[in-house]
Design a protein around this ligand. Structure first.
Ligand code: ATP
Ligand code: MG
Length: 580
């Protein structure tokens, strides 16, 4: 007998990507006794599906290794930020299934950043520069040519301190001066060529009001924010790889851990002084074809009215995906399936849809709904015939129990389940032919009623009385099974048939003078009226179902009511896009 223990059948396999390996080693070697991560969104838009990868990684790693993860709003760019985004981001993180150890704002640290900047000035490592933005660009050099030193680079510490304090006091107009790190204008890494640490911006900030006429730059604020919070592993996407030397420069040269006096302002805010040296580790972004993910483009889709708002079910924001019927479990599954690496790649949209199907197939109760209705009268039943049939909620999960489905003489069936002239291989209804009505018996079509235009408006059929559920005759061979709802009992529903927002793989491709606007899928939203069984109408908002033979649908988060149901198609039962 083996000594090895077998993990519980439902335990998720241990994840072994390179980031988790680093964390494992850091804990094993004693470099850290506990780990800490953070998710640092800029509150200038809604989170999109790419952010789900960062969230699942930041919060997931912390949870798996018994650590903590902060949610930190990178609110250093006040002009673009909005409290509406701050609320939505928190909502999204919680919806995905995570909870932060502590909620922070970069603006909580403005005072610390300021003291840190003064320290760099006193150490001769930062200077106030009077070059204009344009001049700074000209001095910066190129990838192949070194930059030139600013003529203000050798100002005395006293002069720099005086100017910086006056910047802080609001004496100078926007853009007239910056505080720059004094590093190396000949560095092969352009980020190290005396980068700006502070800029002047007389803009009101949603948290600090008009207290600050200067705001810290991203690299300075982000690296020190991590250090202030005692972040051990600062996980970010690959585009920050070239910023890592500057990140380390800021952390090392400010040295918060060695200068606890710089952390004093935290005490007044009731925040702990827990500075540590963080390590930045980059991973590749999540890219999915048929989507756009940049906040700029998502914003334009909304402001130009190309979609119905940030939470339009076709949007690749988390709010949009949620409204579409994507579940947190399906997005976590996607992130796991895609994995974590440094390799850039584009994931096929069918992988995303496949994750949703997989989750909903296992969890979503089944219901019957008719989207394009055609009346079927079972002429051999009494006018007032009415009964209630028990249906399992889920074919593979008995624990979901049963529901009652009303059945009567007049039914709605799907128009496409009848063909007067059937194509080859047709298994559904034809004049004189038979099909099984799901759970109710076998029907034969005896009469096709048409209107003056020759359109089929009604079918009249015979329900084989020997084929009712439980009878011997119910088992006789009939090729097709179709779904139905009782016309008398069904509830009229608005059904929103959504599809991919873009009809090409690379809507970001701007060659030939096109933009993503040219690739919008005109078929991405169709609203129809259909009929649903009463147990579907009774759904709570955001409840998901498989409408049998039709697709996965969710009761709309905002518009659904039991007496006026609204369902969004989350995903079709099978992939209709992938060729082959
Ligand atoms: P965008 O470039 O779409 O505007 P952003 O990077 O500016 O997004 P932030 O709010 O700064 O958005 O992002 C917060 C975190 O989410 C960052 O750590 C960023 O690296 C990560 N992130 C953003 N997009 C993706 C993506 N597509 N895949 C994985 N992580 C992402
Ligand atoms: Mg960003």
């Amino acid at each position: 007998m083996s000594e090895a223990t077998t993990p519980a059948a439902d335990a998720a396999p241990e994840k072994r990507d390179f980031i988790r390996q680093i964390v494992r080693e850091d804990l094993a070697s004693g470099k850290h006794t506990a780990i800490k991560t953070r998710f640092p969104p800029e509150p200038n838009g809604y989170l999109h599906i790419g952010h789900a990868k960062a969230i699942c990684l930041d919060f997931g790693v912390a949870a798996e290794f018994g650590g903590r993860c902060n949610l930190r709003f990178d609110d250093t760019n006040p002009a673009k930020e909005d409290p509406e985004f701050v609320r939505a981001i928190q909502d999204d993180v919680r919806w995905l299934g995570f909870e932060w150890a502590s909620l922070r704002h970069a603006s909580d640290y403005f005072e610390v950043y300021y003291l840190a900047a003064e320290k760099l000035i006193k150490d001769g490592k930062a200077f106030v520069c009077d070059l204009s933005a344009e001049e700074v660009r000209a001095y910066r050099g190129t990838l192949t040519e070194p930059g030139r030193n600013s003529p203000y680079r050798d100002r005395s510490v006293e002069e720099n301190l005086d100017l910086f304090r006056r910047m802080r006091a609001g004496e100078f107009p926007d853009g007239s001066r910056t505080l720059r790190a004094r590093i190396d204008m000949a560095s092969g890494n352009i980020n190290m060529r005396d980068p700006a640490l502070y800029r002047i911006k007389h803009v009101e900030h949603q948290n600090t009001g008009n207290e600050w006429p200067i705001y810290p730059m991203y690299d300075f604020a982000h690296s020190l924010g991590d250090a202030i919070e005692g972040i051990t592993h600062s996980l970010c996407t690959l585009e920050f790889e070239d910023h890592r030397p500057l990140y380390d420069w800021c952390v090392d040269n400010v040295d918060l851990a060695g200068h606890p006096e710089l952390l004093e302002p935290l005490v007044a805010k009731g925040l702990p002084k827990e500075a540590a040296k963080p390590r930045q580790i980059e991973f590749s972004r999540l890219n999915i074809n048929y989507t756009v993910m940049s906040k700029r483009k998502l914003t334009q889709l909304v402001t130009e009215g190309l979609v119905d708002g940030w939470d339009d079910p076709r949007m690749y924001t988390l709010q949009g995906l949620r409204r579409r019927g994507y579940t947190p479990a399906s997005l976590r599954l996607l992130v796991d399936r895609v994995g974590i690496s440094k390799q850039n790649s584009v994931i096929d949209f069918s992988v995303l849809e496949g994750c949703l199907r997989e989750d909903l197939d296992a969890t979503a109760p089944r219901r019957m709904a008719v989207i394009d209705p055609l009346k079927l009268v079972l002429a051999n039943l009494d006018e007032g015939h009415e009964e209630s049939l028990a249906f399992p909620n889920h074919p593979k999960d008995e624990s979901q129990g049963q529901r009652q489905v009303p059945f009567s003489r007049e039914l709605w069936i799907e128009r496409e389940d009848f063909a007067e002239v059937p194509p080859k291989g047709w298994k559904r209804l034809v004049p004189g032919g038979e099909a099984r009505l799901r759970g109710a018996g076998i029907v034969r079509i005896d009469e096709v009623v048409k209107d003056e235009a020759g359109q089929v408006v009604e079918l009249r059929g015979w329900l084989d009385p020997e084929s009712r559920p439980g009878m011997e005759g119910a088992n006789r061979k009939v090729k097709g099974t179709i779904h139905w709802v009782s016309a008398k009992h069904a509830v009229a529903a608005e059904i929103r048939l959504y599809d991919r927002l873009f009809s090409v793989e690379k809507p970001d491709d701007e060659s030939e003078g096109k933009t993503y606007r040219d690739y919008l899928n005109p078929e991405s939203k169709k609203i129809v009226r259909g009929w649903v069984e009463p147990a579907a109408a009774a759904a709570t908002p955001e409840q998901s179902f498989q409408f049998e033979r039709t697709g996965y649908f969710v009761a709309d988060r905002y518009d659904h009511r039991a007496d006026a149901p609204v369902f969004n198609r989350s995903v079709t039962l099978r992939d209709t896009w992938t060729a082959g």
